[in-house]
Design a protein around this ligand. Structure first.
Ligand code: 2AM
Ligand code: CA
Ligand code: CA
Ligand code: CA
Length: 269
């Protein structure tokens, strides 16, 4: 992607993310219409839908040849990443949005022919914006994020982990996952995949391991994490399928390696 064009797209994307976030903050105490999707805990609100429509309208007006892959179905039907594709989660962490009114994010990843060029993750209530342009480093606000520290070990790491890993599950033996929890220095569950990617990039989480994510959960995060030397794979350490669902593992390369080798590979069902 041409650098000038990339800068222009980034400029608009940033403006729209901040504007959408502003609308959400200003209406955070308004009554919500809450519906469910695949199960009673899989929530969607009018705010998810309206925020997505906001982006669709802006993008289609300003960049009519760009495509949009987004969670709530107002984007395009896409089965490849050919062309310029905006991969958007209007609210990542909807349960947090509904129940806590914090700890949710807007996530926007922009891909050119499958290559991640621009990533933005906006922690709306904290007004913290994480951004990256491929090859130019990652930022939190105006501050450049440092490359992940070398020689990190699991025993000194904090890992983001959904507690469902410790319940009976189809993917990895829960006893092995319990061993992982005991071996790490600590574990956390934030409930927003995008924010957990941002925290890995920031170096305040050494890894984040989760089941069944879609491209919009991770598209921005992968670009941002990559800029500080973090790695994103599926839980077997293989490349992510960017147009399908994946069990996702993002982390510091040392810690990522160790967890796959000493835990997941041993407990994989
Ligand atoms: P969402 O809030 O945009 O749906 C919660 O652990 C994290 O997993 C959130 O990032 C959430 O994104 C994502 N997630 C993906 N699929 C989900 C589902 N079916 N139900 C709840 N959260 C889901
Ligand atoms: Ca959702
Ligand atoms: Ca999501
Ligand atoms: Ca969402």
């Amino acid at each position: 992607m041409d650098n000038l064009i990339r800068e222009e797209i980034f400029h608009y994307a940033k403006e729209w993310v901040l504007e959408a976030g502003n609308i959400i903050r200003n209406t955070i105490d308004d009554p919500l219409e809450i519906g469910t999707k695949s199960n009673p805990n899989d929530l969607v609100t009018t705010m998810d839908k309206n925020t997505e429509k906001f982006f669709v309208e802006k993008i289609k007006t300003t960049f009519p040849d760009h495509l949009l892959l987004s969670e709530e179905g107002f984007g395009d039907e896409i089965d490849s990443l050919d062309g310029t594709v905006w991969i958007i989660d209007p609210i990542d962490g909807t349960m947090n949005f509904v129940q806590q009114k914090r700890n949710f994010a807007i996530s926007v990843g922009i891909y050119q022919d499958g290559v991640g060029e621009i990533g933005l993750i906006y922690n709306v209530m904290e007004d913290e914006l994480y951004t990256a342009l491929r090859g130019e480093g990652a930022f939190k606000g105006e501050k450049k994020l440092s490359p992940l520290k070398e020689g990190m070990i699991l025993e000194e790491s904090v890992i983001g982990l959904n507690h469902l890993w410790l319940c009976e599950n189809r993917l990895v033996d829960e006893k092995v996952m319990q061993q992982l929890v005991k071996t790490a220095r600590g574990t956390r569950t934030y409930g927003s995949a995008a924010l957990e990617f941002a925290y890995v990039a920031e170096g305040i989480l050494e890894g984040y391991l989760t089941m069944g994510l879609s491209p919009w959960d991770i598209a921005a995060g992968m670009i941002i994490v990559n800029e500080v030397g973090g790695v994103t794979t599926n839980i077997d350490g293989d490349p992510i399928n960017m147009v399908g669902r994946n069990a996702v593992f993002v982390g510091h390369p040392d810690v990522h390696n160790r967890i796959i080798k000493d835990f997941i590979a041993k407990g994989r069902k």
